[in-house]
Design a protein around this ligand. Structure first.
Ligand code: S3P
Length: 442
């Protein structure tokens, strides 16, 4: 999405990050609030939307599909078209860097009688789409994609959808959500079975908008069943703070000496909080205080202080609840004493970049020893600051950039990235927020 040129940044050793901060709205809920608002009848008021580039790509796509979206700061109003009411977009849909926007929107398009072309930036155009186009074809949609199911692709949605029962081969909330969104405009019941539970924002929010969605354990995994062709009603959404953005503050507050941070209003959905658990397992002084319910999700304030961390085993079954947090968790492991072993990492290979390779590259550039296989990683922590002095290629991956800049705060010679503009996709205030807390990112 970003047409900005690469802008290098350097992060130098920091002392004592202190203060109380809030993070931008959750990215997953922000995307869904715009999409469900579009598929509902009436006006959906959204408070605290993330205004990063990924979510703005979703907003622009929803406009092209017929929604009217008005903005007042971080508050948005979506006037929807209803299930079955999407218009054929006159121009190709530019999804920028956002895999979530792309895969969920393909689900919406698959069961509408229209043809659309979807494309993204150099990172998104490399990512696999067959994981959604395969199940969406079962509804009757047709896709023409580049080799390996890559973008740009054309979708011809079906006017005559069949409901689908699909057993997902991977733990992916995007695959689950694409199938459920297609099921919205198919008659009868659509069922998606996931091998391991993943973030459940789609199910929870669709219920809030008036759809019938049930979840029950089955022999094959968790079976989620949606009754098609509901009349979705506009519903106000309050977007809680993004735990994936709070993760950068939680790790920095733990590893930068002399720090004490309170991160307010952080969503505590059980499918999103693996990183906080991993930090506690490593010995972090981290507490979740003041838990409360906000618009159907629990939020809490996260208090962290600098702590000595110990390497440990991070089990595979925790992967779905911290799938975006491995780059920053690796930074914590690099300064912990002893070895940290992470398992179940196969999905990291298909994120905004190959994140397993990215972590190895980042830590290598900082003088940290790692060993890895196809889906596991071991990091030999140095029990204190790392040598640093490296420059990391971000490859349009915001989480690579942010993780490297946090690593620079505990690196004797600092750390550099070739581009900080990619951070605008998810955490536009990252650099100013950290510098206001006492970091030195230039
Ligand atoms: C997301 C699901 C995850 C995550 C992504 C957001 C979502 O992807 O990595 O950042 O909002 O559904 P997968 O479902 O592919 O694991």
């Amino acid at each position: 999405m970003s047409s900005l040129p690469l802008e290098p940044a350097q992060s130098c050793p920091a002392q004592g990050l202190k203060g109380e901060v809030s993070v931008p709205g959750d990215k997953s809920i922000s995307h869904r609030s715009l999409m469900f608002g579009t598929l509902a009848l009436g006006d959906t008021e959204i408070r605290g939307l993330l205004t990063g580039e990924d979510v703005m790509a979703t907003a622009e796509a929803m406009r092209r599909l017929g929604a009217v979206i008005e903005r007042d700061g971080d508050d948005f109003r979506v006037s929807g078209v209803g299930v079955g009411g999407l218009q054929e977009p006159a121009l190709p849909l530019d999804m920028g860097n956002s895999g979530t926007s792309t895969r969920l929107i393909l689900g919406m398009l698959a069961t509408h009688d229209l043809t659309a072309v979807v494309f993204g930036d150099a990172s998104l155009n490399k990512r696999p789409m067959a994981r959604v186009t395969d199940p969406l074809s079962q509804f009757g949609a047709r896709f023409m994609a580049r080799l390996g199911g890559r973008l740009p692709l054309a979708v011809q949605g079906t006017a005559d959808a069949m409901p689908v029962r699909y057993v997902s081969p991977m733990a992916s909330a995007q695959v689950k959500s694409a199938v459920l969104l297609a099921g919205l405009n198919a008659p009868g019941e659509t069922t998606l079975i996931e091998p391991t539970p993943t973030r459940d924002h789609t199910e929870r929010m669709l219920r809030g908008f008036g759809a019938s969605v049930t979840s029950e354990a089955s022999n094959e995994g968790l079976a989620i069943t949606l009754t098609g062709q509901p009349e979705l009603r506009a519903t106000p959404v309050i977007v809680p703070g993004d735990p994936s953005s709070a993760a950068f503050l939680a790790v920095a507050g733990t590893i930068v000496p002399g720090s004490a941070l309170t991160i307010t209003n952080v969503m505590q959905n059980e499918h999103r909080t693996g990183l906080f658990q991993s930090l506690v397992d490593m010995g972090a002084d981290l507490a979740l205080v003041n838990p409360r319910e906000v618009a159907g999700e629990t939020v809490a304030d996260v208090q962290v202080q600098s702590s000595s961390l110990k390497g440990c085993l991070i089990p595979a079954d925790r992967a779905p609840s911290q799938i975006d947090e491995y780059p920053i968790l690796s930074v914590a492991a690099a300064v912990a004493s002893g070895t940290t072993r992470m398992e179940g990492l196969e999905e990291l290979r298909v994120k905004e970049s190959d994140r397993l390779a990215g972590i190895i590259d980042m830590l290598g550039a900082a003088g940290v020893v790692t060993r890895s296989g196809e889906d596991w990683l071991e990091i030999d922590g140095l029990g204190g600051p790392v040598p640093g002095g490296g420059l990391v290629e971000t490859q349009l991956d915001h989480r690579r950039a942010m993780s490297t800049l946090i690593l620079g705060m505990v690196a004797e010679k600092g750390m550099g990235v070739d581009d900080r503009n990619c951070i605008l996709t998810s955490f536009p205030t990252f650099v100013t927020l950290f510098n206001d807390l006492g970091a030195d990112i230039a």
